[in-house]
Write a protein that binds this ligand. Sequence first.
Ligand SMILES: [Zn+2]
Length: 287
Amino acid sequence: MRLPRFNPGSVDVRSGGGGGGMPGGTLGCGTLLLVVIGALVFGLDPGQMLGTVESMQGPSASQQQAPQGSSAEELCNANAYALESCNALSSLNETWAPLFAKANIPFKQPSLTFYRGGTRSGCGAASSAMGPFYCPADHGIYIDTSFYDTMDRQMGAGGDFARYYVMAHEYGHHVQNLTGMADQVRSAQQQTPRQANALQVRMELQADCYAGVWAAKHSNLIEPGDLEEGMTAANAIGDDTLQAQAGRRISPETFTHGSSAQRVEWLRRGLQTGDDDACDTFADLRR
Ligand SMILES: [Zn+2]
């Protein structure tokens, strides 16, 4: 995808260091749910994630990739993956802001934090083993860009479009946060805990669809091979595929992100329609 270079003034980019300004120390109340909700495209299972999060508490969680106070320009030029992420973020901001204006919903940009190894977020301590995630509490997308190497080498999901899909998916969670969808789902999960995973799957599939919508609105920038990269990535990160790869029994009741087929389907739906209204993954529940 030939994304234009980011506009440094139009992105909020930070370096994930020792948690300056963040509530440090312990995981706050509701963090368990937030960690699950904020979760990963590339999920480990939530139990594993939480184990990781808990083990990351303490001073060792702060490894800085760049000095605090670095400008967006510096942080985005740290490496090729960072630059791609910033270009995507800039484009995502420009794409979604007018859609919110049209819907008369207040819009706020997310921040993007690059970190290495571990960091603190408004949702508690995080480790790169969690993969990229979105924290609703501080409107932040968090990425350790070395994850893109893991994706390429270990999951067979390489290519720039696969990486843009990750950013656009996390941005999709930001959209859900701003529209109030995330809150609605959270309270539904609290009311019917048995449905918590199934509801989470719908959230994730909607974020996949939103990622497709963003790309569809820039179809003139899409290059040969991009769509295949996206579909390959969506397929690689389905819960059934991840469970099978880990040598585990495939158990749909534990899915939190959706099967490979579902993820491919909803990414495709966004790509084909370019319409966020087509991303209502909850529609059948309201009938
Ligand atoms: Zn997600």
